[in-house]
Design a binder for this molecule. Sequence first.
Ligand SMILES: NC(=O)c1ccc[n+]([C@@H]2O[C@H](COP(=O)([O-])OP(=O)(O)OC[C@H]3O[C@@H](n4cnc5c(N)ncnc54)[C@H](OP(=O)(O)O)[C@@H]3O)[C@@H](O)[C@H]2O)c1
Length: 282
Amino acid sequence: MKTVTIDQHTLPAIGLGTWHLGDSAATRSREIDALNAGLDAGATVIDTAEMYGNGRSERLIGEAISKRKRDELYLISKVLPENASAQQLPRSLDRSLKALNIDYLDLYLLHWRGSVPLSETVTALEDAKRAGKIRAWGVSNFDVDDMEDLLTVPNGNHVAANEVLVNLQNRGTLFDLLPWHQAHNIPTIAYSPIAQGDTLGANLLANATLKQVAAAHQTSVFAIMLAWVIQLPQVMAIPESGTIAHATENVHTINLQLTQSELQAITKAFPTPTKKEPLAVI
Ligand SMILES: NC(=O)c1ccc[n+]([C@@H]2O[C@H](COP(=O)([O-])OP(=O)(O)OC[C@H]3O[C@@H](n4cnc5c(N)ncnc54)[C@H](OP(=O)(O)O)[C@@H]3O)[C@@H](O)[C@H]2O)c1
């Protein structure tokens, strides 16, 4: 099973995204079942944010995990940039903990860089760590220059992960950010790893190479998209699914091993960029 180590925790390389879960009352209980199916299939990481449904995603997770052992889960949430100040961050964190019905987060991310100075946010995050409310902190949507700025502030080097957009359609990070992460031993959490169910316009589902590789493994193109993401060094993927069968299939993809020739064929169809691209965000 492919794993990724974050803050000395060795975790399955596929976790569960939750951005849109809880948005609709009609699908809520099915989504809770899908999250639990993902956990039953072996996932331990759940990614959420105060922003998602304005707390609805966190509340849904709180309900989904209520009968689970806390130490068998690795829970990630995110603070909005406008709440990342010395005054607001503790309030956001308490709200997230309450919604999730837990007393600590494993990882707390700055959702993206805003106008609060990084030094102020890092101090607030370190305080939260000392208070036992988070085990580690990280960032999201940081490009190389942001990461370099972060390392210049006191304790900025305690950053435990950077969560960014990585999928077969969006490969810009392969040119510079992912190698930078590797050189600094910082794991990557890849969001939208299946390009939001291939709705971002690239029509990956119709790609002949991906279809051929999927057929060889008797699986779906989505599974191949995930397998490609997690074969990148120290990269975890957090696909979202509110459908039991999808959530289960996604987590089982941890064991799908692409061959060297399959990887070469995929790289030929989806070349690694040869120059800097602006960091893509969703
Ligand atoms: N840090 C950030 O700024 C940021 C930004 C975006 C996302 N995220 C995180 O990353 C997570 C994942 O990204 P995402 O939600 O944007 O997109 P995604 O995971 O790439 O795609 C999710 C979509 O794919 C469908 N899907 C999932 N598994 C499938 C499968 N096996 N077969 C067919 N369809 C499948 C889902 O529908 P079903 O529900 O029907 O399966 C859903 O519509 C988010 O939920 C969130 O936690 C973070």
